[in-house]
Write a protein that binds this ligand. Sequence first.
Ligand code: AMP
Length: 216
Amino acid sequence: MRIVLLGAPGSGKGTQGKRLAEEHGIPQISTGDLLRAAVAAGTPLGERARAAMEAGQLVSDDVVVGLIRERLGGSDAAGGFILDGFPRNVAQAEALDSMLEEIGRPLQAALHIEVDFDILMKRLTGRRTCEECGQMYNIYTSPPRVEGRCDKCGGRLVQRADDNEETISRRLEVYRSQTMPLIDYYHRQGKLLDVDGDGEVDEVHARIAGQLKGLA
Ligand code: AMP
């Protein structure tokens, strides 16, 4: 399976992507995760990306396209992949298309997870992540049993640096102006699949599985 997950910040791309990746035995590749790891490790690439990320702006196309090119060349991606948070604009989508064309393995679908903007704000401000194992929580809708601690491993729950209200508004605006045109881009290619992303994780997963039925 070779697919892209499209959706606003907070639409559930990461959560659903991880689950699909586990089920299909293929990697979920998130440019946001790769960039956060580079920032945390203090690499030159991380230093280049940090300011844009903190401001809620997009990191430059050459940085993220380079990351994706390297990651898709990994042996674990040979059997397929789920891209989460990439592409974010038309230039990135075109770069991805030509990369995949070169290896004769075109994208099969772009799954668009739709969630109303007012629900997104609540999901994003409430979002907490375990710094040890990456398990996600939401203090409003799916809180941990013990405040601030991960149910699975007891790790500390942290809020992403860019999950504050000001940066969230900027990220939603960037999504609206730069990423939403991809809906039309993939629609014109006949690859767009729409899913209602409102509801419980299991419910949304079932809808997604229904849409992806038949894709190997
Ligand atoms: P995410 O975890 O997908 O919400 O991404 C967090 C931040 O990383 C974004 O707000 C951007 O600053 C940066 N980022 C992630 N993916 C991309 C991308 N494909 N293009 C440019 N910037 C990105």
